[in-house]
Design a binder for this molecule. Sequence first.
Ligand code: F6R
Length: 265
Amino acid sequence: MGRKYSKTEIVREIKHPEIEHIFVFPSKEEAARATAERIAEIINQKPNSSIVFATGETMIPVYSYLATSVDQDGVDFSKTTGFHLDEYFPCAPSEEHSFVKYLRKWVWGPLGITRFYEINGLAQNPRAEAARYNRLLKDHPVELAILGIGPWSPETNTGGHIGFNERGTPFTAETHLAKLDKATISRDRDERGQNTPDMAITLGIANILSAKNIFLVAYGRNKGKSLRESLLKHIHPLRPASALRLQGRKVSIFIDREAASQLSL
Ligand code: F6R
């Protein structure tokens, strides 16, 4: 059943008034593979693309499938330019939770990206570092921004960040130094046992919305709740991912059946 999305089968597509596509797949693996297939299509069509790469657990299978397409199907990232979505602050590339470390391990090397710009998580002046990164982004209009979504915290009834744009971040914000939300800090430290700081340098929502294509990937019921808040309630800075609906025609969301179970539109 369902139609084919490249090689991967979609269970169904959820209709939403603003978001162009919400694709539902039978499993996390298939959602990840379909995302990788679609990213590969964009790179095949536009080899010189600038791409913003989210980090995090959600993206590991996506980048692993992409690395396989590079090795086996000749997908060629050699002309692309890579950007972060965010980095903890302060944070050295040697630290376990560093997103620079992650990108070097899962993205730059395996995908063969040789032109990339890293956020310096040890910059003496993090606001100047954010401004430097913002200028680089302006010089390289982004073809594709790949996003995850933050967890939902039932205790605080908040969550669902994109990048590290936590609740309350104005939609007009560009790259900036951000204070992490309790829900994010608790996920990182209590659930994942990481020694993360309270701050991060993140692309702002305005940077994300200026990308030509925006892909968001999510698996599981908890992420489904974050999506539910973002897609079904009013568009508001308390729900950062709701901003995506302002540019919904550019947005494709790839989710598994469990996340979709939270989204009865
Ligand atoms: C990471 C990022 C975050 C993550 C989100 C989900 O670069 O910007 O918004 O996408 O916190 O993280 P995971 O995938 O680890 O659950």
